[in-house]
Unconditional design. Structure first.
Length: 365
């Protein structure tokens, strides 16, 4: 079997949940069965090189168009056919709904992460609203032979919003990197001091955009400082909409975060808060659990589904709800310890090898 896999998302300068998904699921699928030949293709900017791209059953293919020209041609002419441009493929795998056409003989399998752009377009800037319109996601969902939904929330949303037949959608949970685990306390302390961080801080991971709801957490933290004057707030992630300057004592912003810093921050934090308004999966809560850090997360969308009873769930629109949950976690030792224990147990259900096995099985059906 020959599978053509779209790796264009790996060319992005800013890592995201979708690029993490693509990297991990591809690495694990390629390792599962060396008899399957993978043709990894991209158009325009070259992807970041990963070790799995050098596997014996992998070849790389650069499509002879710029990224924008390729998408424009795909949108208006429904050509070129990817499988024919790379000398044939039985299946085409798209880890995201970037435009790309295939011949009728090539089976299309596409992963869907969320439909936030449909339900909360006002939380996207104009550029991203246009991008989602340009990609014609509903048309792509309809044309796919199989859709991998990263949660039941997303699967139900596809059926309800795009009228996709239930039998065409399969739920496959994503995994958590084995690199995310507890680190020795002395190493964490050294990292924290080197980055100018205190011994007690709230951590938030995510792009600073309205959907991630950073401002509600910021206000909740401000109210908490009356009871916890030494409690600081650390926000790690891309600037998103970007032009707002935060300059406040006790607030630390890290717009660029390496994989190593991500792991250390998860270990060093007193608690991770994830107040997003809508997610199709949501990696940070599970990543924090893997590192032994208690989690407070929104009681909505796939966040509640994925995080389950292993965290404290809050109303993301309520500053009081968020502040009270943080205060409870930081002042009740029994609850704090229980959150750590439940988190460790819960995150073990999310393994990238399992994700890869189920995704590959959907392709070879």
């Amino acid at each position: 079997m020959i599978i053509a896999a779209d790796i264009r998302v790996l060319a992005s300068a800013n890592p995201s949940g979708i690029s993490e998904y693509t990297d991990q699921v591809m690495a694990n699928m390629i390792a599962l069965d060396k008899n399957i030949k993978w043709k990894l293709w991209f158009a325009g900017k070259s992807p970041k090189i990963a070790p799995w791209m050098y596997s014996s059953n992998v070849t790389l293919h650069k499509i002879a168009y710029s990224g924008r020209a390729f998408i424009a041609r795909s949108r208006f002419t429904r050509r070129p056919f990817i499988d024919r441009m790379i000398s044939g493929a039985d299946v085409a795998f798209f880890p995201h709904f970037l435009l790309g056409e295939t011949s009728p003989k090539c089976r299309r399998v596409m992963t869907w992460h969320d439909l936030s752009y449909e339900h909360m377009p006002e939380l996207l800037d104009i550029r991203h609203q246009f991008w989602h319109w340009w990609m014609k996601p509903q048309m792509q969902a309809i044309s796919a032979n199989k859709i991998i939904a990263v949660s039941h929330t997303t699967a139900n949303d596809l059926v309800r919003t795009y009228k996709i037949p239930k039998e065409k959608v399969q739920v496959v949970y994503s995994g958590i990197s084995p690199d995310l685990q507890p680190i020795a306390e002395d190493l964490v302390t050294a990292w924290r001091i080197a980055h100018g961080l205190p011994s007690k801080f709230i951590l938030m991971f995510g792009t600073r955009e309205p959907r991630k709801n950073f401002d509600v957490l910021l206000r909740a933290w401000r109210t908490l400082r009356m009871r916890h004057p030494d409690l600081e707030l650390v926000c790690m992630g891309d600037s998103g909409w970007g032009d707002r300057i935060y300059d406040e004592n006790g607030l630390h912003i890290f717009p660029v975060v390496s994989s190593e810093d991500r792991i250390y921050a998860m270990n060093a934090a007193s608690v991770l808060v994830y107040p997003s308004l809508l997610e199709g999966f949501g990696f940070p809560p599970l990543e924090a659990m893997a590192c032994g850090t208690p989690v407070i997360a929104s009681a909505n969308s796939a966040i509640a589904e994925i995080s389950n009873s292993a965290c404290l769930l809050v109303d993301p629109y309520s500053i009081t709800s968020v502040a009270n949950a943080i205060n409870l976690a930081l002042t009740d030792d029994d609850i704090y310890a229980r959150l750590i224990m439940r988190g460790f147990i819960h995150m073990q259900s999310f393994d990238w090898r399992n994700t890869a096995e189920q995704t590959l099985a959907a392709m070879v059906q």
